[in-house]
Ligand binder design. Structure first.
Ligand code: CA
Length: 487
């Protein structure tokens, strides 16, 4: 769909999506950076910024533009803009890394920790706390990965180089307005290479439309305030057609022998779907908790099937991807049910399911141990890891498709079992050596004070000796004088 036919929010979200699909692995993972950064002409950059300063939309942010005007373009953001993933991701691969056991556990902990503010947000916006948690977990791993790129430098670069410059100029002006308003301070203004920032990764223009100050300090601080960030997400969902007190949908079982089309937009009443013989995945009748629902078949006729309602569409609006919306829906439900089993009732149509972040880390560690150097282990499978898998597959004479799934994980774990054991022993020895070294250095660091006190003591002892000698000499002198006088 052309971007300009979409309403503003979803258009921005689609762009956010297009950009963050690359950045979600890219921003946090140098793994994907396989080429040298192209040098950018900083004279051209300066001329472009001079030109921008003259345009109407920058007039309202003239001073702040000048204050934070970068002198150098950042070539890495342009490289990210042009990044085309070499390996396509199946829905099960995509879901496996975003909804794993660890993220469900972290979500349950966040739900407990922020229970008061989540309850307030739920009653104020009419958005389920679990749906807010689902977005938070997928967008920033509950506030732990916010992105490290300077938003102003990134947007200035993207305003002057590469594709979609006019879009990024709009975001640049919005970002400067945010600084001007004092909502975000410059040193906190970091995010993805495309300018999405904060705990729920808003683009600056989305921030200006929808960000909330929920903790009442007169700043919409989506970087440091969980209350502000989570309320902003609830506000976003509410503005995207979220329906209170409705589930996003549910996994269903389709009757055999009937052909169903994948079209979540083709919505019908629940009784319509009941009439077609669809039940919940455990065979029980469909509940009438959804006003209307469409059928979503992420992997076609085979694999899990879902009936999804308006709230699923609201998740979709956040990032314009059905698999993304399913990740939020799935995470939200597992957190609510406090269920760390992340499998759907119907298995994906594959004999090689996707990897959790823990398993991805194990694949990377194993490749490193076998000498396929993939660099830092971060649990995010990018092109570099897939290329290393391809090389490994070719070396052991199996199909070299670079696929990072359960099969290659098992194979790598088996072939590196001894190496990993040895690495563990080595790590333990290193830790012990380090501990001994620390003890020794503590001894050394304690020495000055020990030495000082022993100095003090020995000084005293020495002084006493000196005093005794002096007294002795005085007595001897007095005796000598006394004897002399007697003579
Ligand atoms: Ca605030």
């Amino acid at each position: 769909m052309p971007l300009y036919t979409l309403p503003t929010i979803s258009r921005l979200s689609l762009l956010m999506y297009l950009l963050t699909v690359a950045s979600s692995t890219y921003a946090t993972n140098t793994d994907n950076i396989t080429t040298d950064k192209p040098a950018l002409d900083n004279k051209k950059f300066a001329a472009c910024l001079d030109n921008l300063a003259q345009t109407g939309s920058f007039a309202s942010v003239k001073d702040i533009f000048a204050q934070y005007r970068p002198t150098q373009a950042d070539p890495s953001v342009l490289e990210a803009l042009n990044y085309q993933p070499e390996f396509s991701k199946e829905p099960w691969d995509y879901l496996a890394s975003l909804v794993d056991k660890e993220r469900v556990l972290d979500g349950m902990a966040a739900s407990d920790h922020y229970t008061d503010v989540l309850a307030k947000i739920e009653s104020h916006y009419g958005v389920s706390r679990y749906d807010v948690l689902g977005v938070w977990g997928v967008e920033s791993d509950f506030g732990t990965t916010l992105g490290k790129k300077d938003v102003i430098d990134s947007l200035a670069t993207l305003s002057c180089f590469g594709r979609r410059q006019s879009y990024f100029r709009g975001e640049y002006v919005s970002a400067l307005k945010i600084l001007q308003q004092g909502d975000i301070i410059k040193s906190d203004f970091k995010g993805s290479w495309a300018g999405a920032f904060g705990q729920t990764q808003f683009m600056p223009s989305t921030f200006l439309q929808l960000a909330q100050d929920f903790d009442g300090d007169n700043r919409k601080d989506l970087v440091n305030s969980q209350a502000d960030a989570l309320a902003s997400t609830a506000n976003f969902l509410k503005n995207s057609g979220y329906q209170s007190n409705q589930p996003w949908g549910y996994e269903v079982r389709l009757p055999s022998g009937t052909n169903f089309a994948n079209n979540r937009k083709n919505k019908h009443s629940i009784s319509y779907w009941q009439g077609l013989g669809i039940t919940l995945s455990d065979g029980s009748p469909l509940p009438s908790t959804l006003s209307s629902a469409g059928l979503f078949l992420p992997s076609g006729k085979q694999g899990p099937a879902f009936l999804v309602g308006r709230n699923f569409d609201a998740f979709y609006a956040y990032n314009a991807s059905e698999n993304y919306a399913l990740a939020i829906a799935h995470l939200s439900q597992r957190i609510e049910q406090r269920d760390t089993n992340v499998n759907f009732a119907t298995a994906w149509p594959t004999d090689d399911p996707g990897l959790s972040r823990k398993e991805s880390s194990e694949v990377q560690e194993s490749l490193n141990l076998l000498g396929y150097n993939i660099g830092a282990v971060d649990g995010i499978i990018g092109d570099k890891t897939r290329q290393a898998i391809q090389k490994y597959q070719a070396d052991i004479d199996i199909k070299a498709d670079g696929k990072a799934g359960k099969k290659i994980h098992q194979r790598l774990m088996a072939s590196t079992a001894k190496l990993r054991e040895a690495a563990k022993v080595q790590a333990k020895m290193n830790a012990e050596t380090q501990a001994v070294a620390n003890d020794n250095s503590q001894d050394t660091t304690q020495k000055p004070s020990d030495t000082k006190s022993s100095y003090g003591l020995s000084n005293l002892v020495e002084n006493k000796t000196l005093l005794s000698i002096l007294i002795g000499l005085l007595i001897a002198l007095s005796v000598a004088i006394f004897i002399n006088r007697k003579r």
